[in-house]
Design a protein around this ligand. Sequence first.
Ligand code: GRF
Length: 194
Amino acid sequence: MKALQYRIAIFASGSGSNAEEIIRYFKHHSSIEVVLVLSNNADALVLQRAARLNVPSCIFNKAQFRESDEVINWLKEAGVTHVVLAGFLWLVPNNLIHAFPNHIVNIHPALLPKFGGKGMYGAKVHEAVKAAGETETGITIHLVNEHYDEGEILFQTSCGVTSQDSPTDIATKVNQLEYRHYPVVIEKWIMPSK
Ligand code: GRF
């Protein structure tokens, strides 16, 4: 049996393509494992991906998440040490932040502080980048605090945007950066000496 020291829970609200990349990346890792996927959306594709990859999942509602310690208790029972947000749309409540201080990470599909904050998610981010005529965009991986997209930045990298790029083209470029970097940055965050 492997001596797994670090146990990740992934929170996702939608497709979960990043969650899948992360699960696959750590599948055969000697020290880190994804042990749980959690979603606020019973129809989220991420739940099917988790099932296919043999990772247990749970669904929760707003009251369970915001007004109780139920979700925190699930995480503790599963021995979770680190929380990863991957396309998770709800603000993380204070009780969860305090249960995992500096142990919650998020990815934002733009170069924060630009194009961040409440309501800036998914396609809206790429549409805003296009509308602003930006010549570059990218990804930001950051620690999570009680405000949307404001925690300490761990990593950023960029890609070019041309005037011909549609928001969908921009999303495709950004997704490629996410898949390439998010699992590796998570690994370095959890095990800095590696
Ligand atoms: C990603 O672009 C991520 O940066 C953002 O939401 C999107 C989620 O996509 N926070 P997926 O669910 O991982 O496919």
